[in-house]
Structure formats: C-alpha cells, structure tokens
Write a protein that binds this ligand. Sequence first.
Ligand SMILES: [Cu+2]
Length: 170
Amino acid sequence: MRFLGVALVSSAIVLGACGGGAKDATPAAGAPAAGAAAAAPAAGAAATGTGMPITGKTWEVKMIGDGNTYKFDPADLTIKAGDGIKFTVVSTPPHNVAFDVAQPGLADAAVKAQLDANMGGGKIGELSSPLLLNIGDSYTISFAGIKAGKYSFNCTPHLAMNMKGTVTVQ
Ligand SMILES: [Cu+2]
C-alpha cells in the first residue's frame, strides 16, 4: 500500500509537471506540481477510502511455489496494530494476497472497508491484491486502523493448492 501510494503521488507529480508545460522541472514549474501532488491523496480518498500508513514494524512473508507445495512463509503471523506485512515472490509466480470477504473478522463493515483501503489501488477484487507476476515482486499491506482479531487470506491462483495464511492483529 505504501508503495502504491508513493507511485500514485509520483504519477501526480509527473502529470502536474506535464500540465505546467515543462518537462525539465524548473523552480517555476515546481510550485504547481507540488500543489497537484498535495491534491492527489484527497482525490484518491474520495474514490476508494483512505488507506492508513504503517506506523510500526514491517514483517516479511515469502510467497513460495516449490513442486506441488505452494505456501506463505511464515503462514501465520502475529503483529501489532499499525504494523505492516511485505509479501515477496520467491518462486513460481503469479501469487497474490486475497482476504476472504466472508470471514467473521470482516463482518464489521468498517474494518473491511479500512483493510480494503489499506490495500490501495490495482486490486483485482475487494480485499484481493494485484497478481504479482515476477520473482522479487512485492506487495505491502498496512494493518493500521485494523482492529484486533485474526484475519485469514489466501493466494487466488493457488487456493486449490492450499496456499493460505493468517494474520493475527493484537
Ligand atoms: Cu500463489
């Protein structure tokens, strides 16, 4: 999420610079560009809700496909509110991170909406991250604003092969 947010802001800066008619960012062109960048998050908030940034530790989870075994490693994590998880493709993509929208922990619409917002743009469905297509690709989810509880997720392409995990937010 954080990376996606940065990418969006970067795009806004590029667009702002283009709008100013100057590719070589002179100080004069820089002022309007900064204004455009500041406005971008507000526009995104109106469309998709406001993602909350990671304020604590970022945990690492590997996405592994090895023969007939597909897994998140570690599959189960316990984190604190405000922490994030960075999922990285180690082998045999594509992988993704998809939370079961029907799970009890997400019966609270506010929690569901916040988690979806924290997952940023580019999702392939509600609470379902983009597909990570290449080894080394990563996707980071902030759990800021997510209330304590246990949340299960899976990899959509490898759900049938039991590529699943849980995150317990304390
Ligand atoms: Cu997978």
